[in-house]
Design a protein around this ligand. Sequence first.
Ligand SMILES: Nc1ncnc2c1ncn2[C@@H]1O[C@H](COP(=O)(O)OP(=O)(O)OP(=O)(O)O)[C@@H](O)[C@H]1O
Ligand SMILES: [Mg+2]
Length: 562
Amino acid sequence: MKRVKSRMSGGKIMASLILLLGSLAYVMAFAVINGSLGFVCSMGVTVLGAAGVAKALGEQIALSYGWIAGLAIGLGVLRGALRFVEQYCNHYIAFRLLAVLRDKIFSALRRLCPAKLEGKKKGSIIAMLTSDIETLEVFYAHTVSPVCIALTVSTAVFVFVGLTSSWYLSLVALAGFVAVGIVAPLLSSSVMKDSGVRYRGCFAAFNAYFLDSIKGIKDIVLNNAGDARRKEVNERSDELLLYTRDLKNKIAGATATTEFTVSLMTLVATAVAIALTAAGEITIGKAVIGVVAIFGSFGPVIAISALPGNLTQTFASGDRVLALLKEKPVVERVENGVDFNFDDLRVEDLSFGYEDGNKVLEDICMTAKRGEIVGIVGESGCGKSTLLKLLMRFWSKDGGKILYSGKDIDEINSDSLLGNVTMVSQTTYLFDETIEENLKIAKEDATEEEIVKACRQASVHDFIVDTPDGYKTKAGALGDNLSAGEKQRIGLARAFLRGSGLILLDEPTSNVDSINEGIILKSLAEQKKDKAIILVSHRESTMAVADRVYRIEKGRITEVKR
Ligand SMILES: Nc1ncnc2c1ncn2[C@@H]1O[C@H](COP(=O)(O)OP(=O)(O)OP(=O)(O)O)[C@@H](O)[C@H]1O
Ligand SMILES: [Mg+2]
């Protein structure tokens, strides 16, 4: 079996997770108080019973039988109410935290994107948003407060037994609490740590693989690769089962050990009580009260001893979530930089590589200004899309300059950059909303006329009008019926609607027939009056509309003489 190591120590992860609680810490404190009082009440019921027995045995008990019965009933009812409040608080925290954590992860992703989603598997991020957060919910709702409750209740029992019965018995109880609540969980967590981390890692990997397979099911079927996939899924499933069994076996072993220790400690307490009574140290009544109190007091520490199985998983989940929250984005947003109005773009000696020592682009020099269409050609994989992404600052350049209206791209406020430059990438994503709403993400307050104009320019208006509900048709309802070309043209319409000074088009007509291409190129030519358009394309016919053309070859750029 593979050894998977958690990167942060358990204590550090726990501390960081508790810090994430923020103001919910007060609610948690309230839950702990209610939980502790509730447990003390439930113990009170048994101890009052023991007091009744002690009184019958001749012990001096100030309470009458009536009072003992009444108090026991009262405490029982109170226990219910306190338990309700505790559970209410815990679940309030849990559900609030689900929202808070998802929000935090989402914000982190927004910071890290788009580079993050290009680089890492989306499946593992989806797994994080679902199962890892669920695991953390268990930590917050069902881990922190049991630990606090165990601490307060054990202390209360220690003092109570000491005062009412015997300090010797108190010490026995204390030894039991330490054995069950501290030694046992520490031992079992060291035994279970690797199993838990391994299980969680395998579970996340399995989820990611399975999701990936479902997303790619069409290609699996087309390539008749179903059997191989199924075999792999089965193998991974078997592996997961192996890890699950290993973990469950260890949890079962730990539970058995705990139960054994509790029984042993109650036996020791009984033996000590008998010995003390025989030696005349305490009366039989006091012995009964002390022993009964100890018998009923192990609940909270048993709850702690059951934690390590979950805790190791919590640590693994927490580790992943915290690492994502802390991850530094490839490019930081610029908030306190300069704003600009696009007039021209100048790229000087630009160089870039996704990995160190592996340059994709080198010494790139180019310009573009309002009123022209600049074409970029080059073989597949030569770095055309990369250049456009650098112009959008999706990635940070390694060297050279990108100047918009004379201002360095790294000093321009991100909002200003996105306001002046628009990119239509090679693939357009349509949300499961109406076509109109899909267009409006480019301009929230766009009027109907503006939307129709943009769609005419992108040569997609006629298609939209022909769909069942026109602009109100849900993109999801069309499902895969939307062709690549139609999606592409909706992407273009978005860019036209945005109306930025510089438009970057990555293969805008690659999936479009020549009639539609003609319409799109004509509207590009019309729009260039007050805009600059950078156009990446393989097609000669598309390049015909460009005023100037650059060619990228082996990472270097040259202007094509025409
Ligand atoms: N996120 C990434 N991480 C690492 N390498 C990448 C990444 N994106 C692209 N590359 C690599 O960088 C090189 C340039 O890719 P790019 O997408 O810019 O090519 P392109 O010229 O647009 O190709 P095409 O015409 O096929 O769209 C390729 O070798 C590609 O594999
Ligand atoms: Mg490309």
